[in-house]
Design a protein around this ligand. Structure first.
Ligand code: SME
Length: 160
């Protein structure tokens, strides 16, 4: 059994350091990337408040394909010219979207989503996946959230 206990009173940067530490411990002894992504999605869900979706899309044959996640069932395939996830995968840049309704081409997998953070996972400079977080709160994510999830993306980049 795993005991990772987020502290709701912690400053955000500290909470993300704890999350990264827990994540590293969780994947340390397991080589299977799907198992590791599944546990990391669950860990993000547990540690990061005010989310309605958290998970992975993997870049396979030029499009994003749904990976392990928490939240409602989601779009399975996303072309790179569509959505916030496509923008992150295409540009290799983190997308911090305060108002998803104002983002051209946003894909609404869950009508409750109001803001979104998508972080690319880069291996040897190439995007291999994205980590997607959705929130029902407008402007839920800031630069600290982006930096925290980018830490996890570096960990994911090293998975088999
Ligand atoms: N909103 C995303 C699609 C994925 S879901 O949020 C899970 C997008 O616009 O790419």
């Amino acid at each position: 059994m795993y005991h990772f206990a987020p502290d709701p009173d912690q400053p955000k940067a500290e909470a993300y350091r704890d999350l990264a530490e827990a994540a590293a411990a969780l994947v340390a002894d397991e080589p299977d990337p799907v198992a590791n992504m599944a546990n990391l999605a669950a860990l993000i869900w547990q540690f990061v408040p005010q989310l309605n979706w958290a998970g992975f899309y993997r870049l396979i044959d030029g499009e994003l394909v749904l990976g392990p996640f928490q939240g409602k069932p989601a779009c399975i395939r996303i072309p790179l010219d569509k959505g916030v996830c496509g923008a992150a995968a295409r540009s290799g840049q983190t997308q911090l979207v305060a108002d998803v309704h104002a983002f051209p081409g946003h894909i609404a997998c869950d009508a409750a989503s109001r803001s979104e953070l998508v972080v690319p996972v880069l291996r040897d400079g190439a995007v291999i996946a994205v980590i997607d977080l959705d929130s029902p709160e407008p402007a839920r994510f800031d630069a600290e959230d982006a930096a925290g999830i980018e830490m996890l993306a570096r960990l994911v980049a090293g998975l088999a």
